[in-house]
Design a protein around this ligand. Structure first.
Ligand SMILES: [Mn+2]
Length: 321
């Protein structure tokens, strides 16, 4: 973090006393970890602090210390007030769902993120697109004060990094990320225990759903695009995050797509890229976003029409690369 940003964040946190921490809808491990790192910092500093995310928190994150403090949007009272809102891992206010409305008025806004597309909506912006994760940046913020790093905090930081680097497999697996995780292990984070919580307790229904999704596998553009889809199963114990990553293992594929029905005629699309094809550009075309190699969007329409439009946009990308 450059010294100006460090000074600005430090001042902003010290000058305010009541905080709201928030992150994006459809929260992932990085969003949740980043919010919790800041919660631990603010509580250590004796600040009053609430965490609100406008979505459900997946059950697999239940081992993170403080996760029960993350409340739904409905828990916010009309008259509740905050001096300062800290938004983490959200590239634009739209990503915050209904919490977006809390950014209005006189409140100070601190925006901490690693998406290159961040719209710099904070009064104080700490954006580093070269960082593995927002958790890495949130930890840098925490380190501006002499906060003791407990095994609980180390576990949160490690979890944020491992989730956003796809278990240290994605290109954002930097030397800094590995170094940070090594230090977190020294402070008490237990890698195999964390992997057990995050990756080794899928429900049976999740694996049945994965089998159903994989059975729809199709290829396009000479095998360079792989696509799977799933009907809305309306089942709480099905976690489809990570389904798309299974397609990364196929030799010769460049882009991987997972389409899941959310509502009648509405699909959530998750995309991955193993090459220079920028799936963030494709997602942005449909009003979504993310990173160059991992992005998503929600699109209305029938599955066939959506797929056709998606492949058309992807085709243009493939031709220009
Ligand atoms: Mn992230």
């Amino acid at each position: 973090m450059d010294t100006r940003t460090a000074a600005a964040i430090k001042r902003c946190i010290e000058e305010h006393s009541t905080f709201l921490i928030t992150s994006h809808i459809n929260p992932d491990g990085d969003a949740i970890s980043s919010a919790l790192i800041l919660l631990h910092l603010l509580l250590h500093l004796g600040k009053s602090c609430r965490v609100v995310i406008d979505d459900l928190i997946p059950k697999k994150f239940d081992y993170l210390d403080g996760v029960e403090e993350i409340k739904a949007f409905e828990s916010l009272r009309e008259d509740e007030d905050f001096d300062c809102v800290i938004s983490v891992d959200a590239s634009s206010p739209d990503r915050l769902g209904r919490v977006r409305s809390c950014l209005q008025g006189e409140r100070a806004v601190i925006n901490i993120d690693h998406h290159a597309s961040n719209s710099l909506y904070g009064g104080c912006n700490y954006i580093d697109a070269g960082a593995s994760s927002t958790a890495e940046l949130a930890y840098a913020v925490l380190s501006l004060w002499p906060v003791p790093v407990t095994p609980e905090i180390a576990t949160i930081v490690y979890s944020g990094v491992i989730c956003d680097t796809g278990r240290f497999l994605f290109p954002n697996t930097t030397a800094e990320a590995l170094d940070l995780c090594s230090r977190m292990v020294e402070k008490g984070a237990a890698p195999s225990e964390i992997a057990g919580y995050l990756y080794h307790r899928n429900s049976r229904n999740t694996i049945h759903a994965l089998a159903a999704a994989l059975s729809t596998l199709e290829f396009f553009f000479d095998g360079s695009v792989a696509c799977i889809h799933l009907h809305n199963m309306m089942d709480d114990d099905i976690d489809t995050e990570g389904f798309v990553d299974h397609l990364l293992s196929i030799e010769g594929t460049e882009v991987q797509i997972f389409m899941i029905e959310r509502d009648a005629n509405e699909y959530r699309i998750s995309m991955r890229s193993k090459s220079n094809i920028d799936v963030n550009e494709v997602a942005r075309h449909f009003g979504g976003g993310g990173h160059m190699r991992a992005a998503g969007c929600v699109v209305k329409g029938s599955r066939d029409t959506i797929k056709e439009r998606l492949l058309q946009v992807l085709g243009e990308q493939i031709c220009t690369v």
